[in-house]
Design a protein around this ligand. Structure first.
Ligand SMILES: C[S@@+](CC[C@H](N)C(=O)[O-])C[C@H]1O[C@@H](n2cnc3c(N)ncnc32)[C@H](O)[C@@H]1O
Length: 295
């Protein structure tokens, strides 16, 4: 099993290098300057935007960014009007989150809190919104959703984006990919929905986003293969994890013809094989969920 934090995207030194490059621009930095480095998930803020517009969420309340990483979503929510509490177990991420937040002038809107969602209390507040993107897969116990329910105002909403198992029973080979990518606590969508419902939430599955995330994962894989082919240094773990295991695990690309795929992602397709896309039974997908406290 690999530790997902060892992948370069999550390494403090990689994030700091990118941050230092931006500081060298020598001007006031804005949210947009950080858009290529401050999120650890594909698809930017499209889901949040959809939720906020379709459900007319009030943007002047208190939001909780669960597993906030380096704070990309916290800052986006603050820029929309929310007062935000970002929580994460990783103190080095939180330090960078705070630094970027100061650089873009949003410190009066966001506080960051170091905590382990499995053992610690979430900061008490009268929340109107919470989001949790790409974090469920890492958490062994999701009973904190019950405390969150207690803190939510009526019509408070939690927004989730993540990977889910398509079926409970997966083969040893499939389990290996999941573990190798560090998705150790991946669950089925049904089990997450029923846990939320058991705490009182009204749950809506908004969208299957497997195609969008597949495309992003294959795009990243292709960039890694291009670096490898250009004889740049590519870490073995990253090559295996991001350029083989990840595109094998998420390959919802059969809406493309083989010719189109070969043009878009030639090296990745060669590495994982055509069957991965068109024949093999899928075992992981990605979805957006919204859950509301109604009474
Ligand atoms: C894949 S990153 C996603 C970060 C952010 N949500 C984003 O999409 O940019 C997962 C985050 O969850 C945090 N995390 C993992 N386990 C946690 C736990 N038990 N308690 C709090 N945070 C945790 C990690 O430190 C990391 O920042």
């Amino acid at each position: 099993m690999s530790d997902w934090k060892t992948f370069s995207t999550y390494k403090e030194e990689t994030i700091r290098q990118n941050l230092e490059k931006l500081k060298l621009l020598g001007r006031t930095l804005t949210l947009n300057d950080f858009s290529s480095i401050d999120l650890f998930h594909p698809g930017m803020h499209a889901g949040l935007d959809m939720l906020m517009s379709e459900y007319s969420l009030p943007k002047d309340g208190i939001a909780l960014d669960i597993g906030c990483g380096i704070g990309g979503v916290s800052r986006y929510l603050a820029s929309c009007g929310f007062t935000v509490k970002g929580v994460d177990i990783n103190d080095s991420f939180l330090k960078i989150a705070q630094e970027i937040t100061e650089l873009v002038g949003l410190s009066d809107k966001i506080t960051y809190h170091s905590l382990n969602l499995v053992n610690d209390e979430i900061p008490p507040a009268s929340y109107t919104f919470a989001n949790m993107i790409c974090v469920l897969i890492l958490i062994s116990d999701i009973s904190f959703f019950r405390d969150l329910y207690k803190y939510f105002q009526i019509d408070g909403a939690i927004y989730i984006e993540d990977y889910f198992l398509i079926r409970e029973c997966i083969t040893d080979e499939e389990r290996k990919y999941v573990n190798d990518l560090g998705l150790t606590n991946i669950r089925t969508l049904e089990s997450v929905v029923s846990t939320l419902q058991s705490y009182g939430y009204e749950v809506k599955v908004l969208e299957d986003i497997s195609k969008i995330w597949s495309e992003s994962i294959w795009d990243r894989a292709e960039r890694i293969w291009n670096r490898k082919i250009a004889d740049e240094i590519v870490d073995d773990l990253e090559l295996y994890g991001y350029a083989i295991a990840a595109p094998k695990m998420l390959s919802f690309l059969s809406h493309y013809s083989i010719e189109e795929l070969s043009n878009l992602f030639p090296h990745t397709l060669n590495a994982v094989g055509i069957k991965t896309v068109y024949e093999n039974e899928k075992f992981v997908n990605c979805s957006r969920i919204a859950a509301f406290k109604r009474s």
